[in-house]
Design a protein around this ligand. Structure first.
Ligand SMILES: NC(=O)c1ccc[n+]([C@@H]2O[C@H](COP(=O)([O-])OP(=O)(O)OC[C@H]3O[C@@H](n4cnc5c(N)ncnc54)[C@H](O)[C@@H]3O)[C@@H](O)[C@H]2O)c1
Length: 378
């Protein structure tokens, strides 16, 4: 008999779908003490939220997130709203004693993040932030190889996240689907949206980032705002490139833009160590490229590891060796790890506190983008 955890989902967009899918699948593949029950979903449009509930099997609906958070029959609040609501919802959910799974970035900035960390730690509730790329098996394998010391001393970390969907100057900002262009809803542009993922992975694999210097640009300075109907200044960074120094002395470059024509979601990273190097590419997410200088010189070269074997992270839970899984499975893994953490009383990362480290780096990057100076990460 499994312990049930009643989930209250806020939002019915992209991430609400990804998470709902994960809750529905997790117990089919992972042997866990806990089982999520899709108890309620909340969003402002009553008709649309009802349709979402029917599609995904939620038992009830709400149109006011405050009511959802106060419901006595819910154990977990899952925050899948735009970034400007994360803080308020998390604080209310913590005060109501709920576990909180919050989408990334944790907050609009690190002041908000600090407030959220204090609130959830004071409330003593289980918490996690959905930096799901950690749980792509090839990325998890990369982290383990570095942790085992196979790469030796790390010299370089290089990450890129490229898209091309905001190039048109006619694209409006704000409101449904376009809140990412509205600084009041998103907090920042590519830094909080895309680089936050790269930073989270980097910190997890290679430790803390000490200082950064950044270059940011807003290519389209004004866009019509969907909520006001007026042409308004654009406050987000369309593109950002930054240099970083890790606390372990290694050097890094990070780049992200929504103006790289031809790229939809090209997230790649490369790590160069004294003994070996690693490369990963989201478009080939089930593969990890590995080069080991210790190999016999005649055979030395980049290996492309098909991360589908039973020995690979998470893969024994899925099909048979050689059959790959995809993007959506990273969310299933995240739910599984969260439940496993509850069983073992060892919180699954990234917790709010872990995600606050990424938030601090994002703040430092944006500050450096404004001043052109190196900024120490607090
Ligand atoms: N982990 C990832 O890879 C990943 C990917 C995409 C988005 N995200 C994050 O997930 C969050 C949501 O992004 P998305 O792409 O799902 O956005 P989305 O626009 O698809 O969905 C946002 C949802 O929030 C709802 N919403 C907005 N205001 C609300 C309110 N006041 N009350 C209740 N519901 C409200 C909207 O109705 C919508 O259903 C963001 O924080 C984003 O950064 C993470």
């Amino acid at each position: 008999m499994k312990n049930t955890l009643n989930v209250g989902m806020i939002g019915y967009g992209f991430m609400a779908r990804a998470h709902s899918n994960a809750y529905r699948k997790v117990n089919n593949f992972f042997d866990l003490e806990y089982r999520p029950v899709l108890k309620a979903v909340c969003a402002r449009d009553a008709a649309k939220v009802k349709t979402f509930a029917e599609t995904w099997g939620y038992e009830s609906v709400e149109t006011d997130w405050r009511k959802l958070v106060e419901r006595k029959d819910l154990d977990v609040i899952d925050v899948c709203t735009p970034n400007n609501l994360h803080r308020e919802i998390a604080l209310a959910a913590a005060a109501a004693g709920k576990m909180i799974l919050c989408e990334k970035p944790l907050a609009m900035n690190s002041q908000e993040g600090a407030e959220m960390v204090t609130a959830i730690e004071k409330a003593g509730v289980a918490n996690m932030v959905w930096y799901n790329y950690r749980r792509v098996p090839a990325v998890t394998l990369a982290q383990r190889l570095v942790e085992e010391g196979r790469l030796g001393r790390i010299f370089h970390y290089r990450a890129v996240f490229l898209q091309d969907w905001t190039i048109s100057a006619d694209l409006p900002q704000g409101g449904t689907a376009l809140w990412r262009l509205d600084v009041a809803a998103a907090g920042s542009g590519v830094t909080g949206d895309l680089l936050a993922h790269c930073i989270d992975t980097a910190i997890w694999i290679n430790g803390g980032i000490a200082r950064v210097t950044a270059m940011t640009e807003t290519f389209v300075k004004e866009r019509k705002h969907n909520l006001t109907g007026k042409v308004e200044p654009v406050g987000i960074d369309d593109a950002c490139a930054f240099l970083a120094r890790f606390k372990n002395g290694s050097l890094a470059t990070f780049e992200s833009t929504r103006y790289a024509r031809g790229h939809k979601a090209l997230y790649t990273f490369e790590i160069n160590g004294e003994k070996a190097s690693i490369q990963w590419d989201l478009h080939d997410l089930h593969r990890l490229s590995y080069f080991d200088h210790r190999d016999d010189g005649r055979l030395r070269g980049w290996r492309s590891i098909h991360v589908t074997d039973g020995e690979h992270p998470y893969m024994s839970k899925w099909w048979v060796p050689g059959l790959q899984i995809g993007y959506e499975h990273s969310f299933v893994h995240q739910v599984a790890d969260f439940f496993e953490g509850l069983t073992r009383n060892r919180p699954a990362s990234p917790t709010f506190r872990d995600a606050q480290e990424t938030q601090k780096v994002c703040d430092a990057v944006l500050q450096s983008g404004r001043t052109g100076q190196w900024v120490e990460v607090e």
